[in-house]
Each structure stands twice: as C-alpha cells, then as structure tokens.
Design a protein around this ligand. Structure first.
Ligand SMILES: *[C@@H]1O[C@H](CO)[C@@H](O)[C@H](O)[C@H]1NC(C)=O
Ligand SMILES: *[C@@H]1O[C@H](CO)[C@@H](O)[C@H](O)[C@H]1NC(C)=O
Ligand SMILES: *[C@@H]1O[C@H](CO)[C@@H](O)[C@H](O)[C@H]1NC(C)=O
Ligand SMILES: *[C@@H]1O[C@H](CO)[C@@H](O)[C@H](O)[C@H]1NC(C)=O
Ligand SMILES: *[C@@H]1O[C@H](CO)[C@@H](O)[C@H](O)[C@H]1NC(C)=O
Ligand SMILES: *[C@@H]1O[C@H](CO)[C@@H](O)[C@H](O)[C@H]1NC(C)=O
Ligand SMILES: *[C@@H]1O[C@H](CO)[C@@H](O)[C@H](O)[C@H]1NC(C)=O
Ligand SMILES: *[C@@H]1O[C@H](CO)[C@@H](O)[C@H](O)[C@H]1NC(C)=O
Ligand SMILES: *[C@@H]1O[C@H](CO)[C@@H](O)[C@H](O)[C@H]1NC(C)=O
Ligand SMILES: *[C@@H]1O[C@H](CO)[C@@H](O)[C@H](O)[C@H]1NC(C)=O
Ligand SMILES: CC(=O)N[C@H]1CO[C@H](CO)[C@@H](O)[C@@H]1O
Length: 452
C-alpha cells in the first residue's frame, strides 16, 4: 500500500492513492428522507476503504479528477482537500462510477471558454440543455462542504446575444442508481443547478444554492433542480436563491419527495412544463411536496401543461401537442411570502390566447391533485387575485362506439379531481382574495373561485 502510494505520488502525478489517515476526510453522510419518507427507503451505501487525492493547480484539473475517479472506483473516496482550488476546462464523463464517494471540501470552478463548452459540453437534447460534467453508475455520494461554482456570468451575457447557445448545467446526475448529494454550496450556474436524469434512488440534502448576474443580462433558467426520467428522488433541507423554478418535475418524474426547502426569487415548485413535444408521452406521478417556505417568487405551487396544439411564446419557448398524465401530486404545508400567485395550475402554458387554448385542449390529463395547508400573503402584482386554476375545456368528440354516451358524443375529461383544503392566503391590500378558475370542479376547492 505504502509502495503504491509513493509510486503514484511521484513528481508530476496529478492524483494519488493516499496512505489512510494522511488526508482529512469528511464524515460519510448517512442521509435519510425525513420527516416524510419514500415508500421504499433509499438504499444504504457500502463502506469505502481507499482514498485518492486530487492535486490542484493545473490549467485544467479534469484529467486529474478522471484519474482519481478511476483509481478510487470500487470502494474509494476521491478527496478535494479544503483550501484547494480546481478548474475544470474539459468535459468530464463520470458515468462509469461504482461504490465511490466524492469528498469535495475545496472549491471547483469551470473555465469560462464559452466557445469550447458550447461545442463540447454533453448535449442532453431535452430543452437544449448541456452539462460540464456528468455523474452516473451505482452507489455514488457527493458531499464535503465545498463549493461548485459555474462561472455563469459569461453565459448570462452570451445568452443575451444568442438564445440558442448551449448553456451548461452545474451538476448533472445521469443514469445513477443509488446515491446522494449533500452538504455543498452551488453558485452561479449557467443554466439549471441540478439535473437528475435517467436515475433512481437518489437523495439531495443540505444544498445551498445562490448566484445571479451582476450585468444587465439576467441569469435565466437557473432552476434549482430538474428531475427527468427519474424515479424515487428526494430533495430536502436546502436553501435556494435563484431566478427560475426552485424545483421542477420534468417528463417521467415519479415518486418524488421534496421537503423542508426555503426558496427565494424563484418560479416556485413546478410540475412541468409538460406536453411540450408533440408525439411524446409525459408522466409526472406520485409527488409529495412538504413544508416549503417560498418568497419573492412568481408562483408558490405550480402545474404547467402545454395545450393540444403548438404555440410559440418565444424562440426558445415553444411546443405543445404532447400527451401524458399528471397524477397524484400533493403540496402540503406551504408558506407564501410575496409570491405573485400562491397556486397556479394551467393547461394553457405557452398559449396566451384562451380561445386557441380552448379550441385545442391539452392531450395531457391532470388528476388527483391536492393543495393543502397554504398560508401567507401574495405580492401586489395581481392583488386581490392570489391564484389561478385554468384547465382545458373538456374535449368533445364524435365517437359512435362510445358505450357510455347514447348520443355518440364522448366527453374526454382532461382535468379533474383537483382539491384545495385549508388555504388561508391573503392579498397585501387586505381586500378579499380570490382565484381565477376555469373548467375545474369548484365543489372540491375550498377557495374563493371566480370565473377566469
Ligand atoms: C436516458 O435514457 C433514455 C431511454 O432509455 C435514452 O434514450 C437516453 O439516451 C438516456 N440519456 C442519456 C443522456 O444517457
Ligand atoms: C420545515 O422546514 C424548516 C426548515 O426549512 C424546519 O426548520 C421546520 O422544522 C420544518 N417544519 C416541519 C413541520 O417539518
Ligand atoms: C431574494 O430574491 C429577491 C428577488 O429576486 C432579491 O432581490 C433578493 O436579493 C433575494 N434575497 C435574498 C436574501 O437572497
Ligand atoms: C403531432 O403528432 C401527430 C402524431 O403523433 C401528428 O399527426 C400531428 O400532425 C402532429 N402535429 C404537429 C402540429 O406537428
Ligand atoms: C415516459 O414513460 C412512458 C411510459 O413508460 C413512455 O412511453 C414515454 O416515452 C416516456 N417519456 C419520456 C419523455 O421519456
Ligand atoms: C400517491 O403518492 C404518494 C407519494 O407522494 C404515495 O405514497 C401513494 O401511494 C400514491 N398513491 C397512489 C394511489 O399511488
Ligand atoms: C425578498 O426580496 C427582498 C428584496 O426584493 C429581500 O429584501 C427579502 O430579503 C427577500 N425575502 C426573503 C425571505 O429572502
Ligand atoms: C433548441 O435549439 C434549436 C436551435 O439550435 C431550436 O430550433 C429549438 O427550438 C430549441 N428547442 C427548445 C425546446 O428550446
Ligand atoms: C385568439 O385566437 C382566435 C382564434 O384564432 C382569434 O380569432 C383571436 O383574434 C385571437 N386573439 C388574440 C388576442 O390574438
Ligand atoms: C391549516 O394550515 C395551517 C397552516 O396555514 C396549519 O398550521 C394548520 O395545522 C392547518 N389546519 C389543519 C386542520 O390541518
Ligand atoms: C395524439 C393526440 O391525442 N393528439 C390530439 C391532441 O389534441 C388535439 C386537439 O386538442 C387533437 O387534435 C389531437 O388529435
């Protein structure tokens, strides 16, 4: 072991296997979903028995990180010691991992070579996202109290000139089965802070997200978390200060638990947008959002679904026509502080013309939705309107073979079973608050609805 350590630590070595005890390790996290639990508890991680240290200081530290990850794969901890600063200058594929931890105590940033990353970041197709690096495999834990800094300013400025530039995600987890991300600071992401894609059984805890633009160009699409094609994901005990969704459940997000978050300046905790791509089937099912404090946001709880025909809000916000279902979603214990709407549910996303939205009802159904225990005060923006629930009008189609309707007309209910209970949201003016509602069963909603 000692021999190996010396051998690998020869001058010029950029990563080495360390003698046990020779480098400070953070305690390994033992995170459980709490206070709410997943139906199937997150898997326990196996022990680690070797340690690899990443040396810093190269122009590009990506090769050193890759080497350390390979050395420590199958039972090791890759350490980025406290006080060290790393720069990643080339795209880093870490999707081969198995039973390995990343103990990030130091500071990791990314080069601001927009041209390089635009060409060489990992392109994710979905929403034209890209990523600097990607983690995947099995039983991987990332923690350590350090910082990931996305060096976003050059991207905020570049995006203002070209909306099609491929802005990287700060931390993408792709194809991971079992693992955790905890106790990290995330700063200045060019786009989403976290993307969880093609993954199952991953828990995030104690993440601190912040960072905006210092120029006139706003930091856009800086979602805290996006889940996509993923199952059994927990996000908890974190603070987020950003300018887009605090958490967003994208297509095929199932069994997701989000709890104890404090979000500021965001677009809320959002299902969607869904149904953006014609020809695809999107599912968001079994989501529990518990104990959220949401401030200065456009929305508190939000469900956004595209209508049945394509719409183009802007060059990089267009779509519609996709099908699927949103089912069994609960928002429970939700504090609203200066958000424009406490609740927004729409099946007309991306289509401002309601006539057109009603003409082409969504192909994506919404059912079994619960908004429980909301309090607080909205912003002045729509005062005294504090929320909106707009479903597509029911689809009526001629179907001679429909056994339920003697007339041969079939009403396809695209939105129903939506409940609101114990909601005490007030408007800042003190006027009686109301919600704009359309095509929803107001008997199930314990809120003051007005036709909207
Ligand atoms: C995710 O999984 C889908 C479906 O299995 C696959 O087509 C896609 O390539 C995967 N995406 C990535 C980035 O690995
Ligand atoms: C809600 O979350 C906050 C942290 O954001 C925590 O202090 C509080 O105890 C939680 N409340 C409940 C009821 O779980
Ligand atoms: C919260 O968000 C608002 C609006 O985006 C921003 O002006 C403010 O600086 C943020 N405050 C904190 C404490 O992060
Ligand atoms: C949407 O997809 C369907 C088939 O899935 C196709 O018939 C239709 O033409 C498409 N609509 C548009 C506007 O592309
Ligand atoms: C979601 O899952 C359904 C059912 O498995 C599948 O048909 C669909 O293609 C998936 N959609 C996406 C966007 O992966
Ligand atoms: C609804 O989702 C919750 C998790 O949020 C889950 O515990 C429950 O079993 C789901 N209900 C059904 C009918 O699947
Ligand atoms: C909301 O934003 C204002 C500035 O617009 C800021 O002073 C305040 O701290 C924010 N609230 C929270 C809870 O972050
Ligand atoms: C992705 O970028 C291409 C141009 O590169 C654009 O045509 C397309 O609309 C974009 N898609 C989305 C969903 O933004
Ligand atoms: C909305 O669409 C309808 C149907 O195409 C059209 O007649 C109407 O002018 C549109 N309204 C606006 C405000 O564009
Ligand atoms: C109603 O919601 C408030 C939060 O606004 C909560 O403290 C209270 O326990 C809830 N009441 C019931 C009966 O659940
Ligand atoms: C695949 C599918 O169901 N497409 C339908 C989507 O909705 C529009 C109108 O709302 C219909 O015309 C499509 O047939």
């Amino acid at each position: 072991m000692k021999f190996l350590s010396l051998l690998l630590a020869l001058p010029g070595t950029i990563a080495y296997l360390a003698w046990p005890g020779s480098v400070h390790l953070s305690p390994r996290p033992q995170i459980e979903a709490s206070p709410k639990h997943q139906a199937i508890a997150h898997a326990k991680s196996t022990p680690r028995w070797k340690t690899c240290v990443v040396e810093s200081g190269a122009v590009d530290d990506a090769p050193a990180i890759l080497r350390a990850a390979k050395l420590c794969n199958y039972g090791g901890v890759v350490v980025f010691p406290k006080g060290k600063k790393y720069t990643i200058g080339t795209a880093l594929d870490l999707t081969f991992l198995k039973h390995v931890d990343f103990d990030i105590q130091g500071f990791i940033t990314f080069s601001d070579d927009v041209n390089y990353w635009n060409k060489n970041g990992f392109y994710l197709t979905f929403q034209n996202a890209s990523t600097y690096w990607k983690f995947g495999g099995e039983d991987v834990n990332i923690y350590g109290g350090g910082t990931l800094d996305g060096n976003g300013q050059s991207w905020y400025d570049a995006y203002a000139k070209d909306i099609y530039i491929l802005r990287p995600i700060l931390l993408a987890i792709i194809g991971l089965k079992g693992g955790s991300v905890s106790n990290l600071k995330m700063r200045f992401s060019p786009q989403y802070y976290n993307m969880i894609m093609n993954s199952t059984d991953v828990i995030y805890s104690d993440i601190d997200i912040a960072g905006g633009s210092v120029s006139k160009n706003v930091a856009k699409n800086t979602d805290g978390w996006d889940t996509y094609r993923s199952d059994r994901i927990t996000i908890q005990n974190s603070v987020v200060d950003n300018g887009d969704d605090c958490v967003s459940f994208k297509p095929n997000s199932t069994n997701i638990l989000v709890q104890n978050l404090v979000c500021n300046g965001s677009h809320g905790i959002s299902v969607g947008s869904l149904g953006q791509y014609n020809g695809t089937y999107d599912i968001v099912e079994n989501v529990y959002v518990y104990n959220i404090s949401m401030s200065n946001a456009s929305d508190g709880a939000r469900i956004k679904v595209w209508p049945g025909a394509p719409a183009a809000m802007s060059g990089d916000l267009q779509g519609g026509g996709g099908s699927g279902h949103v089912k069994n979603i609960t928002y429970d214990l939700f504090y609203n502080n200066n958000n424009d709407y406490a609740i927004e549910l729409t099946q007309c996303y991306g289509q401002n013309n309601r006539t057109l939205c009603d003409m082409y009802p969504s192909n994506l159904t919404i059912s079994d939705i619960h908004f429980n225990n909301f309090w607080g005060t909205t912003s002045k923006k729509y005062d005294p309107k504090v929320g909106t629930l707009i479903c597509s009008s029911p689809t009526v189609s001629a179907d001679a073979h429909n056994p339920l309707e003697g007339s041969g007309l079939m009403i396809r209910q695209v939105c129903g079973d939506i409940h609101a209970e114990n909601i005490t949201i007030t408007a800042p003016s003190g006027k009686t608050p109301y919600y704009a509602c359309a095509n929803v069963d107001t008997k199930l909603l314990d809120i003051p609805c007005r036709a909207g």
